[in-house]
Design a protein around this ligand. Structure first.
Ligand code: BYC
Length: 318
């Protein structure tokens, strides 16, 4: 293709973005748009799948049958989110095997939050309330993203995440209305998860290499800092209802800005975790690699079955 032809395709593409049209898989898109989407969508998929691990550990320890059923359903949903998102990434011309390999080799990232341990039952409440709450804040904005398959995956994911957030909040509400020990367990959990939840939104806009271009392409409809602020504003009143204290001495309503001011995030900790040196990074990847290896016979059997069915259909067609 000549330079002139590429330029004209680029102009048509930019005009479509400006008109808020969705870009679909087989349509022309700049190579960088394609690569950026593969990066973000696949990292999102990996986050959903790795995110099953901290909660999965609690299925056998849930305090009642009702809690066990709800937790199981939530974790299954996260696996489903991973599948829609891997499929969305595949529409951009990368195979599932390549995506999984990138996760296992450490080339692709996944959300920093899942490198923290879930050590008490209250953590199941906090993960639902704060982690799913932060995820919804980010994903509601992504429903308006410019790439069609990603935007459509978000619609269903957001519906399910809002159930997850409520089941987490309900766990905490029960603990906070329980014994002093239960309330203390809930407070301890918030103390550990609050700051890592704020880190989920990514680096400050000023330090984010991808935000500016992603906002231009309408991949991101809001910046990292805008979403983080919206999350703090939404969450503080919910903590007040629980009677829990958010572990931030600088947290204060700012009447002029009509937003909460909040303290400084430990960016050193954030980058350490993102670079693979968090409390559970190794454990998480080891678990994923093992699950992939142990599941090989299932994939082989499914492929053999699909091939057999296909041969049957070809024979019938002849
Ligand atoms: N953790 O320029 P930036 C769930 C990386 S799971 C790790 O701002 P971008 C759930 C970033 O990748 C839902 N890495 O990047 C499941 C980039 O590195 P590369 C999780 C992070 O992409 C189970 C570099 O830092 N949600 O709901 O424009 C149970 C510079 O950052 C993080 C998603 O995945 C991080 N927190 O913006 C419960 C949302 N932050 O790739 C719940 C989808 C940044 O250049 N993703 N990095 O090497 C996004 O919205 C965006 O990718 C981000 C980052 C806002 C996260």
């Amino acid at each position: 293709m000549s330079e002139k032809e590429v330029k004209s395709l680029e102009e048509i593409f930019e005009a479509r973005i400006a008109r808020d049209e969705k870009i679909e898989p087989k349509e022309w898109m700049p190579e960088k748009y394609r690569k950026t989407h593969i990066r973000q969508i696949s990292q999102h998929a990996h986050s959903e799948v790795v995110g099953m691990l901290p909660e999965g550990n609690w299925i056998t320890r849930a305090p009642s049958l009702r809690r066990k059923v709800a937790l199981l359903a939530k974790i299954q949903d996260e696996g489903g989110h991973g599948l829609y998102l891997y499929s969305a990434a595949e529409t951009l011309g990368i195979s599932r095997d390549e995506l999984i390999e990138q996760l296992h080799s450490g080339e692709a990232k996944y959300s920093s939050i899942f490198n923290y341990p879930a050590v008490t039952w209250a953590d199941m409440g906090t993960v639902g309330w704060l982690v799913d709450g932060a995820a919804i804040m980010n994903q509601v904005a992504l429903m308006g993203t410019s790439y069609g398959p990603y935007a459509r995956a978000m619609v269903r994911i957001c519906k399910e995440e809002s159930f997850h957030q409520r089941q987490g909040y309900e766990i905490l509400l029960t603990l906070c209305n329980g014994t002093p020990e239960q309330k203390e367990m809930a407070q301890d959990s918030i103390n550990r998860w609050w700051w890592p939840s704020l880190m989920m939104f990514g680096p400050r806009d000023a330090d984010s290499p991808n935000t500016e271009q992603s906002v231009k392409w309408k991949l991101k409809r809001k910046t990292n800092d805008e979403l983080r602020q919206a999350f703090v504003d939404q969450t503080v009143p919910q903590a007040n209802i629980l009677g829990l204290t958010i572990p931030d001495s600088k947290l204060k309503w700012n009447e002029e800005r009509k937003h909460y001011d909040f303290g400084d995030i430990d960016w050193n900790e954030f980058w350490q975790v993102v670079k693979g040196h968090g409390p559970c990074n190794k454990q998480r990847i080891d678990a994923r690699v093992k699950a992939h290896k142990d599941g090989k016979w299932v994939r082989d059997a499914a492929m053999a079955f699909a091939e057999k069915q296909e041969n049957k259909e070809v024979k019938l067609a002849i």
